[in-house]
Design a protein around this ligand. Structure first.
Ligand code: AMP
Ligand code: MG
Length: 272
């Protein structure tokens, strides 16, 4: 999955990333990439379950997963599928909406920092502090001289989290305009999905190229060794889930976690 990693300080052009990419899982006459991919995903789900249990038991590392995407990009679906089998006791989702009056009275990282993971915990950010250089920039909610400073501020904030024992992974779910149209249309047509449809999403859609420019800046300026971005091809939901699960499992395995010993001496203990 290394091809989706944004190397620090490289200029990202999103038009160079194919949202339909399915990596090594190609679909041809004799091969169904999706079928194979789903088998693989199932295995990864099981591994993630074990690794998360270990993370919780060891109570040492903190894990932060950031999800960003356009509307209907698949943030909710990713959370549902990738974290399918983990124990909810050790995993938390923090969703960031338009800031409340109290949040607006504070700096933009105030509400974010409060949700950062503690030891043994895995936290998924459904949207994040990156909204403050995305929607806020595109809609001119603050002046350019204000949001332009935020890239450095965010890098420093994330460095502080990393130096405090947090493993940070950031995923941009890359869909194209056609895919968004289909998904928004499905929300409109399906009574069980209508609650997700906002007329405002259509206004945002008109600003697609502004958002792409904002995302390109985010990816170019804030992918660091301590908090890397991945551009995940996300038109195919199964591949999106597979790619994210793979990165997550590889990263957690790299932490070399161990189950702790009991704090008491259990040698020779007999249960009557
Ligand atoms: P959803 O994720 O569909 O529930 O929508 C949440 C909405 O909150 C989106 O339209 C975001 O753009 C918006 N939002 C999240 N964070 C911010 C922020 N810092 N400033 C303004 N709007 C935000
Ligand atoms: Mg929405």
């Amino acid at each position: 999955m290394k091809q989706y990693l944004v190397k620090p300080e490289t200029k990202v052009k999103l038009s160079k990333f194919d949202p339909n990419d399915t990596g090594d899982f190609k679909t041809g006459d004799f091969k169904d990439g999706k079928e194979e991919g789903l088998i693989q995903l199932d295995k990864l789900n099981g591994k993630l379950e074990e690794l998360q249990e270990l993370l919780f038991a060891e109570h040492k590392h903190k894990v932060l997963i950031v999800l960003q995407a356009m509307d209907a990009g698949g943030k909710d679906g990713t959370i549902r599928r990738v974290f399918d089998s983990v124990n909810p006791a050790g995993v938390r989702v923090a969703s960031f909406k338009a800031p409340t009056a109290e949040e607006l009275d504070h700096d933009y990282l105030w509400r974010i920092h409060k949700q950062a993971p503690g030891k043994g915990e895995m936290v998924i950010f459904n949207r994040s502090h990156y909204e403050d250089v995305l929607v806020v920039r595109v809609h001119n909610y603050v002046q350019p001289e204000v949001w332009k400073k935020r890239f450095d501020q965010i890098n420093e904030f994330e460095r502080m989290l990393a130096e405090s024992g947090t493993t940070i992974l950031k995923f941009y779910l890359h869909i194209d305009m056609d895919e968004q149209k289909e998904r928004l249309q499905a929300r409109l047509d399906d009574p069980t999905k209508r609650w997700k449809f906002r007329l405002g999403d259509l206004e945002e859609r008109k600003l697609w190229s502004n958002y792409m420019e904002a995302f390109e800046d985010v990816l170019s300026k804030t992918s660091t060794d301590h908090a890397p971005w991945y551009v995940i091809p996300a038109n195919r939901k199964w591949f999106r889930d597979l790619a994210i699960s793979t990165v997550l499992v590889d990263t957690l395995e790299g932490l070399k976690m161990k189950y702790p010993e009991s704090e008491e001496n259990l040698d020779g203990v007999v249960i009557e």
